[in-house]
Design a protein around this ligand. Structure first.
Ligand code: C2E
Ligand code: MG
Ligand code: MG
Ligand code: MG
Length: 272
């Protein structure tokens, strides 16, 4: 009966799911407009040397300054941008903006830009990198692209990484240890930096986890890659990763992602 169905936990038409779908459609419309209105901004988080806490790199982390929802984190819109293909234009804007910002830094720090697998699938990444470097005048070796294992699954990943390397940009393997075949990727591709995922750092008080970090540090050293520990929040975690030999560190302990000082309130608009 209808009464029984009402009490049942299984429903064909779930109002909560309907609402979520509508919310998603609304967000997608907003996202298209946001590109035209220039509602995106880059926040930067420092990556520092473990030895002296000197800033050697800043990671660009995109945020969406939504007119009514406030500051929207990337997890809430990057997947949508990927599904809709909007990631191509958004990604190109992020690259241009990050290179332009970094070109003005007087400390010569690198800038790290996250690149998703979908971004590679949706558009010509090489061309976007080239034009961002050309327009900004940033030296290629100051641009570091952070990729994840999901990108390495792509068929043309090897050609892509080779072409990027020819441009002179650095390649970092982000979130290392969270995928399924991390070690085999280290064998097949060469990286300038390996970023150990935050989940290992959170658990570094555990001797087994510390042993894994130590082993990864050893591998990275053999491969000539920089090893970065991400997500360091406490002095204890910092002491532990230093003990295991990590050379670069990143996390709230050293600085949260923040807008550049003196960044213009009005963001550069995205054409097209
Ligand atoms: P990610 O590249 O691994 O970036 C690190 C994330 O960890 C950032 O979250 C950062 O704010 C956060 N984080 C840094 N230090 C700490 C810490 O000490 N503790 C904790 N709990 N978190 C910390 P955010 O900015 O929300 O970005 C999340 C993810 O979204 C990024 O992970 C990256 O995969 C993606 N993303 C961010 N910006 C971009 C972008 O411009 N393009 C693309 N394609 N993806 C982006
Ligand atoms: Mg990253
Ligand atoms: Mg990361
Ligand atoms: Mg991570």
């Amino acid at each position: 009966s209808a009464k029984a169905a009402g009490r049942s936990t299984f429903r064909l038409y779930d109002p909560a799911m309907e609402a979520a779908a509508a919310e998603q459609r609304g967000l997608e419309l907003d996202l298209r407009l946001a590109l035209q209105r220039g509602e995106f901004e880059l926040h930067y988080q420092p990556i520092v040397t473990a030895a002296e806490r000197r800033v050697v790199c800043r990671e660009a982390l995109v945020r969406w300054r939504h007119p009514t929802r406030g500051l929207v984190p990337p997890a809430a819109f990057i997947p949508l941008a990927e599904e809709t293909g909007l990631i191509e234009r958004l990604g190109a804007w992020i690259l241009r903006r990050a290179c332009r910002d970094a070109a003005a830094w007087t400390d010569g720090a690198r800038v790290a830009v996250n690149v998703s697998a979908a971004q590679v699938r949706h558009g010509p990444l090489i061309a976007a990198v080239q034009s961002a470097l050309r327009e900004s005048g940033l030296a290629a070796e100051r641009l570091e692209l952070e990729i994840t294992e999901s990108l390495l699954i792509e068929g043309e990943a090897a050609d892509l990484l080779l072409a990027l390397r020819r441009l002179g940009v650095r390649i970092a393997l982000d979130d290392f240890g969270t995928g399924y075949s991390s070690l085999s990727y280290l064998r097949r591709f060469s990286f300038d930096a390996i970023k150990i995922d935050r989940s290992f750092i959170a658990d570094i008080a555990d001797p087994d986890t510390a042993a894994i970090v130590r082993a990864v540090v050893g591998i990275a050293a053999q491969l000539g890659a920089t090893i970065t520990a991400e997500g360091i929040e406490t002095e204890d975690q910092f002491a532990a990763v230093r003990r295991e030999g990590c050379t670069e560190v990143q996390g709230y302990l050293f600085g949260r992602p923040v807008p550049l000082e003196g960044a213009p309130a009005e963001e550069m608009r995205i054409e097209g």
